[in-house]
Design a protein around this ligand. Structure first.
Ligand SMILES: Cc1cc2nc3c(=O)[nH]c(=O)nc-3n(C[C@H](O)[C@H](O)[C@H](O)COP(=O)(O)O)c2cc1C
Length: 192
């Protein structure tokens, strides 16, 4: 088994107006990374390009999420996901990612594209971290060595069923009560 990548436990942050962008070919090899990607990952452009996107994979990301990500984009659909990435020196940074297929003029998928923004901390702490911890516990259980991914996907599905939502809807509405409360208190509503 591959050696577990080292981590420092130190978090890196970026600004709300910044977007981390990368593009890949059909196999997930990096074909483009913008300046913000380079800065946060700690890799140079030449260290990134041509490498598999798992170059920045953090060991605390559940396999189930990437499995769902690939299933979705290979099916031609977009996906949103909270992702923790690992910088070259082992630091980490959380993002809210939007991953989409890129198509040619005939509609064929020719690669993939991801834009990432600063995640909402409350959603991360209250909804995503507990979910990912549950998935990781299942994936890391030695009893699940072979079936870990399937068991973790089943758990994710169980959580979605419990919430009565599909993944897309779940991820778009998680923490919505808080946001609605914020909007309701805003000046636009007061004027209505
Ligand atoms: C456009 C695109 C963007 C991706 N962005 C990330 C990312 O930011 N971090 C990450 O760990 N994996 C990302 N992935 C998923 C990786 O390709 C890979 O599935 C993941 O790192 C898990 O790697 P592993 O299966 O080798 O464990 C991305 C994939 C695509 C197609």
């Amino acid at each position: 088994m591959a050696e577990k990548p080292s981590v420092t436990g130190k978090e890196r942050f970026f600004q709300p107006e910044e977007i981390i962008v990368s593009k890949t070919d059909l196999k997930g090899r990096l074909t483009y990374a913008n300046r913000t990607f380079i800065d946060l990952s700690g890799y140079t452009e030449s260290e990134c390009l041509g490498q598999q996107h798992n170059l920045i994979r953090h060991p605390d990301m559940p396999r189930a999420i990437f499995n769902l990500l690939w299933e979705t984009i290979q099916d031609g659909r977009e996906i949103f996901a909270y992702v923790v990435n690992r910088s070259k020196n082992g630091d980490h940074y959380w993002v809210y990612a939007h991953v989409t297929p890129s198509r040619d003029m005939d509609g064929n998928i020719v690669g993939y594209h991801s834009n990432r923004r600063v995640p909402d901390r409350d959603i991360l702490n209250n909804h995503i971290l507990p979910l990912y911890e549950r998935l990781l516990r299942i994936e890391r259980d030695p009893a699940n060595r072979k079936e870990g991914l399937a068991a973790s996907r089943a758990e994710l599905q169980r959580v979605l069923d419990e919430a009565g939502k599909k993944y897309d809807e779940f991820i778009m509405t998680v923490g919505q009560g808080k946001r609605r409360g914020y909007r309701d208190a805003g000046p636009r509503n007061a004027a209505a």
